[in-house]
Design a protein around this ligand. Structure first.
Ligand code: CA
Length: 233
């Protein structure tokens, strides 16, 4: 699921520029042009991160941040504040009011994107991680590549999704039915034994040239990725 970013800014061209670039990075973007409107939206469905301008009609950015921090649902919401150039005192107040980071206008878009990424990585690592690691296995979601101990592992698309699913919660045991739902999707009728076939293929591909098997078969329960494998003994 992509991370949701809310832009609170009354300058339409800037909102457009930010929206375009954030969407290109794969985020779900929403926008509000007034502070009071943003406050309502944030109460209904808090995003994963908010970019909030200092000067807003309705309710100032700083007051908005202060109110968000006073509520349990948005106390931890990652917030980047936009401030005008040279307003050092304002920046200090912005951070004091509870923003996690601030950026001075005019700013470069790559700079803002880097800040967004850094803040999300800190606050919502599961929403930003493109590379998953477990033991000596590395799975790159974007490049659709898997390596074990630095050597590339050749997997079919189902085996890739199966491994990705298991790597999201190492150690957790999944039943065949849960794996069918998570990997093949609901509403698909497939025999549960198909899961065994694909786990078998995944295991064979992963273990080629290795003697430690990272996949655990739990009798009567299902399968798990062993979270301890590959760690120094
Ligand atoms: Ca403004």
């Amino acid at each position: 699921m992509p991370a949701r970013v809310l832009i609170v800014e009354d300058e339409a061209p800037l909102t457009l520029l930010l929206r375009y670039n954030l969407e290109a990075e794969g985020y779900d973007v929403e926008a509000a042009s007034r502070g009071d409107e943003a406050e309502l939206r944030l109460q209904e469905a808090p995003p994963d991160l908010a970019v909030i301008d200092w000067m807003l009609p309705g309710l100032s950015g700083i007051e908005l941040v202060r109110r968000l921090r006073a509520r349990a649902a948005t106390r931890e919401l990652p917030i980047i504040m936009l401030t005008a150039r040279g307003e050092e005192a304002e920046r200090v107040r912005g951070l004091a009011s509870g923003a996690d980071d601030y950026i001075v206008k005019p700013f470069s878009v790559p700079e803002l994107l880097a800040r967004v990424r850094a803040l999300l990585r800190r606050a919502r690592p599961e929403r930003i991680a493109t590379v998953l690691n477990a033991g000596d296995i590395e799975l790159d979601r974007e490049r659709k590549r898997v390596a074990r101990a630095g050597r590339e592992v050749d997997l079919g698309p189902i085996e890739f999704r199966l491994l990705e699913f298991l790597m999201q919660s190492p150690g957790r045991v999944y039943s065949r039915e849960q794996l069918l739902d998570g990997v093949w999707g609901r509403d698909v009728y497939i025999d549960e034994r198909t899961v065994d076939v694909h786990v078998g293929r995944l295991r064979k591909a992963l273990n080629r040239g290795h003697d430690r098997d990272p996949l655990r078969t739990v009798r009567g329960a299902g399968y798990a990725l062993d979270e301890r494998f590959g760690k120094p003994v």
